[in-house]
Design a protein around this ligand. Structure first.
Ligand code: PMP
Length: 364
């Protein structure tokens, strides 16, 4: 509606308007229960119905089989950087990391506390603008897992396909924080998928872990109870007090994604939004520039620079006067970044593109 801005933030990020309105409608008295979701016991039948529906809708969306457990946790994706090696490895196990951006690098560094991670490829020297060809990866025989960051939020680099571990016992593990539920994914290819909710599926405070059930139960003895997948799986994510309201919000988003026709439909919309934005950048005769190799450009986070960097502050300021906010790039890379997650409407991207053309006409 007219009093809302187009919010291009990388996360927490824009949520679907109809979801917010539904949450507003249900805030004070959830479906006749006489209380809000925030006030409910996490063990009461009302909240149990909320978390069970959220899980089953997520299973529908991603076609997750009963061989996988779905966990709703806290601590952000950052906590999973430690939880993954703690749950999957012994301290001497070797694991491989493909580092396509800052998040993959953070995951790699955290893993070094709990196992023996090896960086088998890093895009750092090319400023994280590429993804390696999978054939060229020198995977470690016997590696416990191969870790990727499916979409690097800061650099805008996204895997379009996934590497197959060379060793059949090596698990594929992915941080999908910033492209979770933006497109269909073949979950069966993965041992673990994890994601913070606050980009595509809800508010911050909820972290979703999808883990193959047979991998659960082998955590290192030092693993804090809150990081042990077995504890959470055995207790249906209710070992301790979960982020109840956040899980409720995720559930509303999942319902909305199903109502849109599921993730194939959502992917089509995302592809359309991304293509008009990248086309505008590429068609600007160098006024705007996206450094990422075309074949791996993210559908979610679109970084770009201006040929005249001195105009960047003006760009951000004028855009914000036109109700398009949070376009400044991450402090580590500068420039601009438009995050266009599921909930960013096509109209928001169209407005941005038209603003970009107008800005160029005035400043070229
Ligand atoms: N991985 C990726 C790809 C991210 O984008 C982020 C957050 N921006 C994180 C991990 C860290 O997530 P959190 O803040 O939920 O710990």
């Amino acid at each position: 509606s007219s009093d809302r801005v187009f919010n291009f933030a990388a996360g927490p990020a824009t949520l679907p308007e109809n979801v917010l309105l539904k949450a507003q409608e249900e805030l004070y008295n959830w479906r006749g229960s006489g209380m809000s979701v925030m006030e409910m016991s996490h063990r009461g039948k009302e909240f149990l119905s909320i978390i069970q529906k959220a899980e089953s809708d997520l299973r529908t969306l991603l076609n997750i089989s009963s061989e996988y457990s779905v966990l709703f946790l806290q601590g952000g994706a950052t906590t999973q950087f430690a939880a993954v090696p703690l749950n999957l490895c012994k301290p001497d196990d070797v694991v491989d990391y493909v580092i396509t951006g800052s998040w993959g690098d953070k995951a790699f560094k955290e893993a070094a506390k709990y196992c023996k991670p090896k960086s088998i490829w890093s895009g750092k020297s090319e400023k994280y603008t590429k993804i390696p060809s999978f054939d060229a990866l020198e995977q470690t025989p016997g590696a416990k897992y191969l870790h990727i960051c499916a979409n690097e939020t800061i650099h805008g680099v996204e895997f379009k396909d996934y590497p197959k571990p060379a060793d059949e016992n090596t698990l594929l593990v992915a941080d999908m924080s910033s492209n979770f539920c933006s497109k269909p994914v073949d979950v069966t290819k993965f041992g673990v998928i994890y994601a913070g909710a606050q980009k595509n599926v809800g508010p911050s405070g909820v972290t979703i872990v999808i883990v193959r059930s047979d991998l659960i139960g082998n955590a290192q003895p030092i693993t804090p109870v809150m990081l042990d997948y077995k504890i959470h799986a055995d207790n249906n994510s209710l070992y301790n007090t979960p982020p109840c309201y956040g899980i409720y919000m995720c559930g509303l988003v999942f319902e909305d994604l199903i109502a849109q026709g599921g993730l194939s439909e959502v992917e089509k919309k995302n592809a359309k939004k991304a293509s008009i934005l990248y086309d505008a950048i590429d068609g600007s005769k160098g006024f705007y520039w996206c450094p990422v190799e075309k074949s791996v450009r993210s559908l979610m986070n679109v970084p770009f620079t201006l040929a005249k960097p001195e105009l960047e502050a003006e760009f951000v300021k004028e855009a914000s006067m036109e109700k398009m906010v949070q376009l400044k790039g991450h402090r580590s890379v500068g420039g601009m970044r438009a995050s266009i997650y599921n909930a960013m409407p096509l109209a928001g991207v169209e407005k941005l593109v038209s603003f970009m053309k107008d800005f160029q006409a005035r400043h070229d």
